[in-house]
Design a protein around this ligand. Structure first.
Ligand code: F6R
Length: 616
């Protein structure tokens, strides 16, 4: 959701803060704002809209030079995306500036209390109450900003990351964290605070994870972390494994294009080092014992959005290879329906960001019920792996575009590694069978490369179809979640009606949507794999064609049967059925990106979205 950055050091704070915001704009882009402290004065600038609007304002109304500052990009929750609701929010005396990510659930009560005490609030946000509360508390705690923050945090409920500065305390930035991300960057004579390491990785790769309910006081040469009661807190230091160039566009038009093209590497990095010379899988980093895995009687995958689609793909492989029943559930639904989970359930929480609130709340619930939770995550130091019993990292590198691409493929690979490992431990598969699948997985990066070499036709097709009202996607077996993912990409990027269906389900209702010329993208399983699946989908393609639909058929090289029913044919390299999503998804990502470009839309920052969804 919102992106937060704080800096204290020797450099020009404004430059550091604005650069950090640019790297975090994917988190929210409804408005942006900054505050700096200079000569005991607090100065803020804020503007509705993207960061570029704030930069224009800073050009016409510059801020004084300063070595301490904070900044914010907003994804609106309380109050519309206006200048007044943009952060930072400032106390009535103009001395405290606060930025916030999350939702303060008891803000209405706090607002009434402040109003009753004669405070005039100037925005509709939940955040502003914190600025006024800090101003009220500070004189009672000897003008100690960290202590004032602890006192205020003890009064707040909900999820929040807060960062504050005060004009009379010009060498301190204070942050607080409950249920929303906040990381410290440790520099030499300078320190940073941010929602994501991307904001400061150009300056330092030394980071510190903050735990739940902690307050951090940042000075140029010191970092002090306590809990909300002021007791010294334990923190975890780590080194970021990628550098700033990984989060640059690197010559591509958009981050999304770059990330689509990074998929072969992302997949091979996720496979790297997990198989020994004898072909045995080693997932030691996972921290689950073989006994834990032998005792499970059910796997439940929880995730949201694209990560949920990766979970749906995983179910087919996991049940097939391990014979352990697997359910896949949207994290936002799981927790609120009294699900049957216990100490023999392995819950797999999939999340690129590691901060998605729905997934975090679902995993906490699962652990309360006694289940073991394994996180599959792309972001080191994030909350979901920290709160799980075990973690397997995907090595996709930073994903900046709001629409997820490379994370999806690596999530599928990681779940497959887990499934094969469970099969190995429980003896469901012989070693040579596991080795054969691992060999096939190792061939996939090269096959994805082949798909990426032939995207021109898909791009031309997107240009041709840019004015259609609706696109449908059909698939069977693992092709069904691929259809769902293709539709999600198109919705979020091209703002058009797009829906994925299990091909066999079409005749039970959705076929009524078909009329002349409606594009239907059909994902065809390999003819050589489970040929019955292939036969069935070929019938489904004929059914839609008979009703006037325009078929766009994604079929493997040499599949001449499916090709006969294609108005447009997109070829993908041959792959085993269970691995086909790793190649079949790629043209759909390219199609959605090209469609957004053809419509003149913002590919990396689609409207209303944010990359890391830290509210429920
Ligand atoms: C879609 C997309 C979202 C995320 C979802 C979960 O392109 O990016 O649907 O997949 O918000 O996010 P993570 O994986 O960070 O938990």
């Amino acid at each position: 959701m919102c992106g937060i950055v704080g800096y204290v050091g020797e450099k020009q704070a404004l430059q550091v803060v604005v650069d950090g915001l640019r790297r975090m704009e994917y988190r929210g882009y409804d408005s942006a704002g900054v505050a700096v402290v200079c000569d005991d004065e607090l100065e803020t600038r804020k503007k509705a809209g993207k960061l570029a609007n704030l930069e224009t304002l800073l050009g016409s109304d510059p801020l004084p030079q300063s070595t301490i500052g904070i900044g914010h990009t907003r994804w609106a929750t309380h109050g519309g995306p206006t200048d007044a609701n943009a952060h930072p929010h400032v106390s009535e005396d103009g001395k405290v500036a606060v930025i916030h990510n999350g939702i303060i659930e008891n803000f209405a009560e706090l607002r009434s209390e402040l109003t009753a005490n004669g405070v005039t609030l100037s925005s509709e946000t939940d955040t502003e109450v914190v600025a006024h509360l800090l101003a009220a508390v500070l004189p009672t705690v000897g003008m100690d900003l960290a202590e004032a923050m602890r006192v205020v945090c003890r009064r707040l409920s909900g999820a929040f990351t807060l960062v504050a500065v005060h004009s009379d305390i010009p060498d301190v930035v204070v942050g607080a964290r409950r249920n929303s991300p906040l990381v410290v960057g440790r520099g030499d004579g300078e320190n940073f605070l941010a929602s994501d390491v991307a904001a400061f990785v150009a300056h330092t790769r030394q980071a510190t994870e903050l735990g739940q309910d902690q307050v951090v006081e940042l000075r140029r040469d010191s970092i002090t972390v306590t809990d909300f009661d002021g007791r010294p807190a334990e923190v975890n230091d780590y080194e970021v494994t990628w550098d700033a160039s990984a989060a640059e566009k690197g010559g591509y038009e958009t981050f999304m294009a770059k990330e689509i093209y990074e998929q072969p590497k992302a997949v091979s990095d996720t496979l790297l080092g997990r198989v020994d010379a004898n072909g045995r899988l080693h997932l030691d980093e996972m921290r689950l014992t073989e006994n834990d895995l032998r005792s499970i009687d059910k796997v439940v995958v929880i995730a949201c959005g694209t990560a949920y689609h990766a979970g749906l793909v995983a179910k087919y492989a996991l049940e097939h290879w391990t014979r352990v029943p697997c359910e896949v559930e949207l994290a936002s639904e799981f927790r609120y329906r009294d699900p049957v989970v216990g100490h023999r359930t392995l819950v797999v929480a999939i999340s690129q960001s590691g901060e998605t609130m729905d997934t975090l709340m679902a995993l906490r619930y699962a652990r309360e019920q006694g289940a073991k939770v394994l996180a599959i995550c792309n972001t080191q130091g994030s909350t979901i792996p920290r709160e799980s019993d075990a973690v397997l990292y995907t090595h996709a590198g930073p994903e900046v575009a709001v629409a997820s691409t490379k994370a999806f493929l690596t999530q599928i690979v990681a779940t497959y590694l887990v499934a094969l490992y469970v099969a190995q431990v429980r003896g469901n598969k012989f070693g040579d069978e596991i080795q054969a699948v691992v060999r096939d997985l190792n061939d996939m990066p090269q096959k994805i490369d082949l798909v990426l070499d032939t995207t021109e036709e898909v791009k031309a097709l997107a240009q041709e179809l840019k004015d259609v009202k609706s696109v449908l996607f059909i698939g069977r077996h693992v092709g069904y979640p691929v259809a769902l993912e293709g539709a999600l990409k198109l919705k979020e990027l091209a703002y058009m009606h797009a829906e994925g269906f299990a091909a066999g389900e079409l005749k039970h209702g959705p076929i009524a949507l078909l009329e002349d010329g409606v594009p239907v993208i059909c994902i065809v399983p390999p003819p050589s794999g489970r040929s019955i699946l292939h036969e069935k989908i070929v019938s489904n393609i004929q059914e839609v064609r008979a009703r006037g639909a325009r078929t766009i058929v994604i079929a493997e090289e040499g599949d001449d049967v499916a090709a006969q029913y294609a108005d447009h044919l997109v070829r993908i390299p041959a792959a085993p059925t269970l691995l086909q999503p790793l190649v079949a998804t790629v043209p759909l990502q390219v199609f959605a990106e090209a469609m957004a470009t053809a419509k003149g839309l913002d590919v990396d920052q689609p409207r209303n979205l944010a990359k890391s969804v830290t509210v429920e």
